[in-house]
Design a protein around this ligand. Structure first.
Ligand code: NDP
Length: 294
């Protein structure tokens, strides 16, 4: 068996086009231009690339982008002060503080300061609570992108066995919650899980969000399973060049799976498209406007 490749890049491009159409309708009908503020603290090279891409994609979708770059020595109080200002700014509908933050700043305190209605990353405790209790909050972009790809492939997921490897607050836990909302039977595995291979082997859906290169072996994948690889790991090859690999042993897993996401080009591009979509949703909710259906 050779798996179908789930093309996250193509999927995200079509999603971004849909978002741009929504933005055009909002502008024309309500004079509403969704705005996203991105706050970057320090000079982490990966974060700088993410922020640049977010800014570019936001503008390309016809939205407003507000970029705030702060020096690495900024105090927690100053950062929280900026977040409060953005909370009060009616032109800003979404706020994203790029993580990780420098060690002297308490990330949880900064995320807590973001108005839950503007928390387009979906990390605020109110939004985690709403997701867990079936309420209408903001859902974290990466798991939201994964569930969209799964729904697109499978349609109805009711009763399927899903295993999420990883239990972080930003990927693993919300992912498990979204699968539960689709009536999957969900197992969450983590670093203390015994017999991980056995747990993965019984899954119809495998989500790997670990951060360990190729931890999930190809022969752990049940024939016909769907594999979503969230991991992004930079590894050095023998010739000194670096390449990106996921948390799944891709080529071997593709021999068993019915469909699999590649790294790069799978989950990664979806995350940014869902950030734009969440910003449109937030803008519509804050202004009591129905979100245009495309
Ligand atoms: P975290 O480091 O926060 O969490 C990793 C999880 O994996 C933990 O729950 C940990 O278990 C578990 N884990 C670690 N080692 C093992 C092991 N040997 N066996 C089983 N479980 C293990 O990572 P994130 O959730 O933030 O990210 C995971 C991956 O996804 C990373 O590669 C990251 O770069 C990528 N990522 C990709 C995004 C995208 O847009 N595509 C967005 C966000 C993340 P425990 O809790 O027991 O320590």
């Amino acid at each position: 068996m050779t798996a179908d490749v789930i093309d996250g890049k193509a999927f995200s491009e079509s999603l971004k086009q849909d978002v741009a159409k929504q933005v055009a309708i909002l502008k024309e009908k309500y004079n509403l231009i969704p705005g996203l503020a991105v706050v970057l603290v320090g000079e982490n090279p990966a974060s700088q690339i993410y922020v640049r891409n977010k800014n570019k994609s936001t503008l390309a979708a016809g939205m407003k982008s507000f970029e705030h770059r702060l020096t690495p020595d900024v105090s927690e109080a100053e950062l929280v002060g900026l977040v409060h200002k953005l909370n009060d700014d009616p032109a800003v509908h979404g706020i994203l503080v790029q993580l990780p933050l420098p060690k002297h700043i308490n990330e949880a305190a900064v995320i807590d300061a973001i108005s839950p209605a503007k928390d387009v990353d979906g990390f605020h405790v109110i939004n985690s609570g709403l997701l867990a209790t079936g309420g209408k909050g903001m859902v974290p972009c990466t798991p939201l992108g994964c569930i969209m790809m799964l729904k697109n492939r499978l349609g109805n997921m009711s009763g399927l066995d899903a295993v999420v490897v990883g239990r972080s607050n930003i990927v693993g836990k919300p992912m498990a919650q979204l699968l539960l909302n689709e009536n999957c039977t969900v197992t969450i595995a983590h670093s203390r899980t015994r017999n991980l291979s056995g747990v993965v082997k019984r899954a119809d859906i495998v989500i790997a969000a670990v951060g360990v290169p190729e931890l999930v072996k190809g022969d752990w994948i049940k024939d016909g399973a769907i594999v979503i690889d969230v991991g992004i790991n930079r590894i050095e090859e023998e010739d000194g060049k670096t390449k990106l690999v996921g948390d799944v042993e891709y080529a071997a897993a593709a021999r068993h799976a019915a469909a699999i996401t590649p790294v790069p080009g799978g989950v990664g591009p979806m995350t940014i498209a869902l950030l734009l979509k969440n910003t449109v949703t937030a803008a519509c909710r804050q202004t009591n406007v129905a979100e245009p259906e495309i």
